[in-house]
Design a protein around this ligand. Structure first.
Ligand SMILES: *Cc1c(COP(=O)(O)O)cnc(C)c1O
Length: 513
């Protein structure tokens, strides 16, 4: 019974959608606005003559800080002009052929158009009554991806915000399956039945040293702790050793610990190496461990016309991470988690009275997701497949893989460089500037060469470490880039590196004099 006074303010007269919001009255304004923005952006895409200005935080921070967010500008045009100065002038353009740094791709045109649709309609793919056909479209794409993987008739899954979330989600399912298995196998003579949380400290995850850091992060978030991740040695090609995995799982068993999941990587972030999935699946199955395949980078192989064989064995996975926003040329965000057995998704299901009560169930994706309100990212992949088709996407990925081989060959024969890893199975290239000196000197020379390159606008490359030593890294994901775009960037790097080495020698000579 209500006892206190009604807390609501007096009702205002009913209004239609105000013109500031997208609705019936603003449809014409919407059309004009989008056309205007598309026109302005088209100019920028056509004019971008370098991937980046190399702006430092100090170059941009004062202007961003000076904006008074409580005092709006006079018009959208003014606001767009301001964003031009604060952001677009110094944006990093992944479509530029000299952008060679991280796992970012130029985006498929049909997907960009779809992004406009999903933003405007603002569908949330959680319940049927918020998405209708959107739910079915996402489910078809999950089925399509699962079929490409070969997961079988009980497969299911859900789109996520990215590989990090997909991995977390997969390992959550693996954790809860492992706990249930332990509790089911508990016998009276083992002592008092443990509670689920008491099992957690016994769980272990197995991954190669080159697996993505989100695996360790997931272990932490899932209450297992970073130490729960057992590092399984890799071979000289940066692929997990199945025999070493077998030994690690055996040790785990001997210590009375529980192998919750083996994480194989199909396309390591640094090396593009693909763990041998078939042999790993066999070992995981022999030890009763969940097999998760992190194909965030390598998922493009699912549509590859030349290299699909690298994924042989992936069909035996219990769960798979795919990042369409990497090797399917989709705008961020677009990722999915696939599972072999849809029943395993029950570990993230919660029935809320207001949203998805258990009774009268209709198709929905919220029961399978870590998120509630969720973007209709699936529409982008749908439009891409329906416009370009899977073969075109696969051919684009094949092209960047071939380009990485060409680039490796070029570097391997030029005395100014040394390759820092064997040719990649996918599309990364690791190398060093020759003659950069001992460890500290080499770090400094490579850092300065890389920064000078970015500041010059001639290109962008990434840096990482290979067995502790600094290395420069190209991640090739632009099928429009050719060797003739890459060579000038490498030449410029060599020049900047030489300058840094000479400056070092001068300093050393002065110090000695
Ligand atoms: C990029 C990447 C991730 C993380 O994916 P996000 O979409 O950036 O969250 C996970 N695993 C691998 C192998 C990756 O390359």
């Amino acid at each position: 019974m209500l006892t206190s006074a009604d807390p609501r303010p007096a009702p205002a007269p009913p209004t239609r959608t105000p013109p500031a919001l997208l609705g019936r009255e603003s449809a014409a304004a919407y059309r004009g606005l989008i056309a205007e923005v598309a026109g302005r952006l088209a100019e920028r895409f056509a004019a971008a003559d370098r991937p980046w200005t190399g702006a430092a935080p100090a170059d941009l921070a004062p202007a961003v800080a000076a904006v008074d967010l409580d005092r709006p500008l006079a018009s959208f045009e003014d606001a767009f002009a301001e964003v031009g100065e604060l952001y677009l002038d110094d944006a990093v353009w992944f479509h530029h052929p000299a952008y060679l740094a991280h796992l970012n791709c130029p985006v498929a045109l049909p997907a960009v158009a779809a992004e406009t649709v999903l933003a405007a309609v603002n569908t949330s793919v959680d319940t049927w009554d918020q998405s209708a056909g959107g739910t079915l479209i996402e489910q078809r794409l999950i089925e399509w991806t699962a079929a490409r993987i070969g997961l079988g008739p009980d497969a299911d899954g859900v789109f996520t915000s990215g590989g990090t979330q997909s991995n977390l989600h997969a390992l959550l399912l693996a954790r809860d399956e492992a706990v249930e298995r332990v509790l089911r196998g508990h016998r009276p003579e083992d002592g008092p039945r443990p509670r689920g949380v008491e099992v957690l400290p016994r769980l272990r995850l197995f991954a190669s040293p080159h697996s993505h850091f989100s695996v360790v992060k997931a272990a932490r978030l899932l209450g297992l702790g970073e130490d729960a991740v057992v590092t399984v040695p890799a071979d000289d090609w940066f692929r997990m050793h199945p025999a070493a995995l077998d030994a690690a799982l055996e040790t785990c068993r001997e210590r009375g610990l529980v192998p919750a999941a083996v994480v194989a990587t199909a396309g390591t972030t640094d090396f593009g190496s693909v763990d041998p999935l078939g042999p790993i699946a066999e070992v995981a199955a022999a030890h009763g461990a969940w097999l998760h395949v992190d194909a965030a980078y390598g998922c493009g192989l699912l549509v590859s016309l030349e290299h699909r064989g690298l994924l042989d064995g992936i069909e035996q996975a219990d769960s798979v991470t795919v990042d369409y926003h990497k090797s399917f040329f989709q705008p961020v965000s677009s990722s999915a988690l696939l599972v072999r057995d849809r029943a395993s998704l029950r570990h993230v299901t919660h029935h809320a009275d207001y949203l998805n009560p258990a009774e009268g169930a209709v198709p929905n994706q919220v029961d399978k997701s870590l998120q509630t309100t969720r973007r209709f990212d699936a529409l982008k992949l749908w439009m891409t497949l329906r416009t370009l088709g899977p073969d075109a996407v696969g051919a684009m990925f094949d092209r960047v893989c071939a380009l990485a081989d060409q680039t490796w060959d070029w570097l391997a024969t030029d005395p100014r460089f040394e390759v820092a890893a064997p040719p990649s199975q996918l599309s990364t290239v690791l190398f060093r500037l020759a003659g950069a000196g001992g460890e500290e000197d080499a770090d400094e020379v490579h850092r300065r060469a890389r920064e000078a390159l970015a500041a010059s606008g001639a290109g962008m490359v990434a840096a990482t470490r290979v067995e502790g030593r600094i290395a420069l890294k190209l991640t090739l994901l632009n099928p429009g880039t050719g060797l003739s775009d890459i060579v000038p960037v490498l030449e410029a790097l060599a020049r900047h590196g030489k300058r840094a080495m000479e400056a070092d020698r001068r300093t050393a000579a002065e110090a000695a004099a």
